[in-house]
Design a protein around this ligand. Structure first.
Ligand SMILES: [Zn+2]
Length: 336
């Protein structure tokens, strides 16, 4: 099933079970991501943006025309010298309302407008506030995942649609070169995966139980599930796992369920992080992970495998949705 998430599956496209519009039975995994496209089509995101290569541009324009979406080039408003522009990438704004797209393009041009721009992208204001705090640390402070976890009231079970551990978009500060090198390493180790697609919501939630993010996440995931159920199942399988979290580049997604304070017979799944081999080895050797006070410790034959308490990671217990129960705010998917 995980093959569905790999970079080259079906030439980097997602095959749809139901066409999004006449003639749209596949979408590219990026340009824009399915999550962003779903966001625009459900109304969760009034505007989205994507980079697109010159060769792929006719396909993007055709997709937008068939979906009755407007697509405008950022360059037209921001010019080539805008701070967002990198290398030869061209950036496009996509949405239903051309006036709003133009407004968004003009807002985007100036870094001082970061918050207004984020509102246009549909990010909840509570989440934008937390993101602002992160930006103020110049990327040297706590990671956004830790910030969200600390702000979460119910830490025992987290909704997988909020899982942003693999989502490095807007989580690496432009001025932090070490951070950028680490991300390049993670990508290199896992070249079969496209990290910018391994999430349901494209933004970083202020907490894992943020009601506004949960509602939008439910809409976006219901949409993806309606049009591409197999892809949605693969995404759920990849994200609905307990994550042992030491830090932004050091974590392990675990195949296994956390029940009564333990994960029996755990196995570490892909993609791999930059966690050191010693810790990976201990996890691989363990036959049980015990969790107390939100922290994990691996055991083998009843004996602990970590020598110090300091090595204990947080457990982000992302779970599948309960069967037959609709998530908060979830409703039938479809164009509005
Ligand atoms: Zn929020």
């Amino acid at each position: 099933m995980e093959a569905l998430l790999s970079r080259n599956y079906e030439g980097g496209t997602i095959r749809l079970a139901r066409p999004l519009a006449p003639g749209v039975s596949r979408v590219n995994i990026t340009d824009p991501t399915f999550s962003d496209l779903a966001g625009v089509l459900t109304g969760a995101k009034p505007v989205t943006y994507t980079s697109c290569s010159h060769e792929r541009l006719p396909l993007l324009q055709d997709l937008c025309a068939r979906l009755k979406l407007k697509c405008i080039p950022a360059e037209k408003f921001a010019g080539r010298s805008c701070f967002h522009m990198e290398g030869s990438k061209e950036i496009f704004f996509i949405g239903r309302d051309e006036k709003l797209l133009t407004k968004a393009a003009l807002t985007w041009k100036d870094p001082k407008n970061n918050e207004r721009w984020s509102v246009m992208l549909g990010y909840p204001e509570c989440c934008i506030r937390m993101y602002r705090q992160w930006l103020d640390t110049m990327g040297q402070g706590q990671d956004l995942v830790e910030m969200a976890y600390k702000g979460t009231a119910g830490k025992e079970k987290l909704d997988f649609r909020m899982n942003n551990v693999y989502n490095y978009s807007s989580r690496i500060h432009n001025d932090n070169a070490a951070d950028q090198r680490s991300y390049a390493k993670v990508e290199k180790y896992n070249s079969g995966y496209v990290f910018q697609t391994l999430h349901v919501i494209g933004w970083h939630p202020c907490s894992y139980d943020c009601p506004r993010s949960l509602r939008k996440a439910a809409d976006i995931f219901a949409f993806i599930k309606h049009y591409a159920p197999e892809y949605a199942a693969a995404l759920e399988a990849a994200l609905a796992k307990p994550v042992l979290f030491w830090g932004k580049y050091r974590y392990a997604f675990v195949d296994g369920r956390l029940k009564d304070g333990r994960i029996a017979g755990p196995a570490v799944s892909l993609p791999r992080s930059l966690l050191d081999d010693g810790l990976y080895r201990r996890l691989a050797l363990s036959d049980e992970i015990r969790v107390s006070g939100g922290r994990a410790e691996p055991f083998r034959g009843g004996k602990p495998l970590f020598s110090t308490l300091a090595a204990r990671p947080f457990v982000l217990n992302f779970e599948k949705l309960p069967a037959r129960r609709k998530g908060p705010g979830e409703r039938a998917a479809g164009h509005r």
